[in-house]
Ligand binder design. Structure first.
Ligand code: ZN
Length: 509
């Protein structure tokens, strides 16, 4: 069996999904889970683009062991310096540099002649090789490049020291047969290709990301770039869980292996969805709520008699057999921490205590605490420590014949602000009271609420998108009381705005 290297770009390309941005601590948590999942490489970010990107890469390089840690850089000096510095502490650092190679990009975006592009690419690869052992090179928009030029560019960057050549289908335009043949032509057209590993990076604009990736490995590619839940620019990237399970299920015609522990797939998927607040569609392959649910009577009957009748893989294969273990107040700290561990949520000891206290609070309000509740507790309390403002008290008065009125007390360090306001409903009243207490004016663009688990006493999770000073911030909060969840989510968005303001003051290290 030929080994396929799994390059995960959830934290770089995935994080570029609109609304999927993560704090430095959240990225670190996800990176730890990716290491448990067994990916070969983690692309941690694009360090030159912001201090937060730089700090995320740096923290992951310092603390995550196992996978190769990769940082992205355009083929320009300042990007490369920042990327090299950010991943210097990694056990195995890799620089991933790129430049566009299609006529349309070279002419309109870069305003460079093809020869200049080759020169810039080679200079960047040589520079990066002086500082790290492994350099990956991507010709951006490769699928729309002229083949002869592309082959010459690849030959020269391999000569300059690149050891991984990544062929991205940047705009998600390729179809499988064509893309497979394209990889085959590169394998045949570049004389020194045996000195490098060929990689592919497929976008999912036409829903063909995984299919294109499979076509590529059948034609010689040995690294595939993927994201958990398929998040990424626009319609996203090829989904890691789908690609890996396709290889596992169809070993008969796809004789390839990976280093992925498939039993970590479900936890990885859920953890990411909870952190970024993107729900997983119910019918999403492998990780969706319905992926293993059999509805039709004939199917149910078949599965009960023999699972393989309608199941090509089992829930156990992807770590979904943990089932719905329900905790309650009497589960105790030991039971709670054991469940955290089973869910792949490894926390520092001081955070364990905070999470446990929140669990007890929740267990008081609702008898049964589900895994999804636990994910929310962990994310809410530990995901990001940016609580500039916290709410110590709120009260509201509402009814169909009353003017909704809310009072809040907001704490910030040793200061405390109390204000009351009216609104069109209790949520509006609470938001207005918070605005007054903090002295802020915001515009609410989006408000959604959903129940995390079944039952009337379920945790409600509220997500808000707020515009503050022309910038958008997403906030999330959960509680069994939706007014409280709304207030938490609103404060979370405001705290993110404050954290971003602090961040941008520093400049890129
Ligand atoms: Zn991409």
């Amino acid at each position: 069996m030929e080994r396929i290297y799994i390059f995960d770009t959830t934290l770089r390309d995935g994080e570029q999904s609109p609304g999927a941005s993560m704090s430095v601590e959240q990225k670190y948590e996800v990176a730890l889970q990716l290491a448990r999942l067994g990916v070969d490489a983690i692309e941690a970010g694009f360090p030159v683009s912001s201090p937060q990107q730089y700090n995320g890469c740096r923290l992951i390089a310092e603390r995550v062991r196992g996978p190769i840690i990769v940082a992205l850089a355009r083929a320009v000096q300042k990007d490369l310096e920042s990327a090299c510095e950010a991943i210097a502490p990694a056990e195995r650092p890799r620089i991933h540099t790129f430049i566009a190679s299609s006529p349309i990009h070279m002419h309109h975006k870069l305003n460079k002649k093809p020869e200049e592009v080759i020169e810039m690419a080679c200079r960047s690869v040589r520079y990066a090789r002086q500082r790290v052992e492994e350099v990956e090179f991507s010709p951006e928009d490769a699928t729309r490049s002229e083949l002869d030029f592309l082959c010459r560019l690849i030959e020269e960057v391999i000569e300059a020291g690149a050891r991984i050549i990544n062929i991205p289908d940047t705009v998600g335009y390729a179809v499988p047969e064509e893309f497979g043949a394209f990889i085959g032509k590169i394998m045949a057209g570049v004389p020194n290709i045996d000195k490098a590993i060929v990689s592919v990076h497929c976008h999912n604009d036409l829903g063909l990301g995984v299919a294109n990736s499979i076509a590529a490995i059948r034609n010689g590619a040995r690294q595939v770039e993927l994201t958990v839940n398929g998040i990424g620019e626009r319609a996203g990237n090829a989904a890691l869980e789908e690609f890996v399970m396709a290889l596992k299920v169809r070993q008969d015609i796809l004789p390839f292996s990976t280093g992925i522990d498939t039993r970590q797939i479900y936890n990885s998927s859920r953890m990411l969805a909870n952190i970024i607040g993107f729900p997983i569609p119910r019918n999403k392959p492998v990780v969706g709520e319905n992926a293993f649910a059999h509805e039709a009577g004939i199917h149910q009957d078949g599965v009960l008699k023999h699972r393989a009748t309608y199941e090509i893989m089992t829930p156990e294969d992807v770590g979904r057999d943990a089932g719905t273990l329900v905790l309650g107040r009497h589960s105790g700290k030991h039971g709670f921490l054991k469940r955290l561990q089973e869910l792949g949520l490894v926390l520092a000891s001081e955070n364990q205590e905070i999470a446990y206290q929140r669990f007890l609070e929740l267990a008081d309000r609702k008898k049964e605490v589900y895994d999804d509740d636990i994910f929310i507790i962990v994310r809410d309390q530990i995901g990001e420590q940016l609580d500039t403002y916290t709410m110590s008290y709120f009260n509201f008065y509402s009814g169909n014949m009353a003017v909704p009125t809310a009072t809040v007390r907001i704490e910030s360090g040793s200061e405390s602000f109390e204000e009351a306001a009216t609104g069109d409903g209790p949520v509006d009243a609470v938001f207005n009271a918070i605005d007054r207490a903090i002295g802020l004016s915001t515009k609410l663009l989006e408000y959604t609420v959903h129940a995390v688990t079944p039952g009337r006493e379920a945790l409600g999770e509220v997500s808000v998108t707020v515009e503050i000073d022309g910038r958008r911030f997403i906030g999330r909060g959960a509680s069994t009381d939706i007014i409280e969840a709304s207030a938490r989510s609103y404060l979370n968005a405001i705290n993110r705005c404050k954290a971003a303001a602090k961040d941008s003051g520093g400049g890129t290290p």
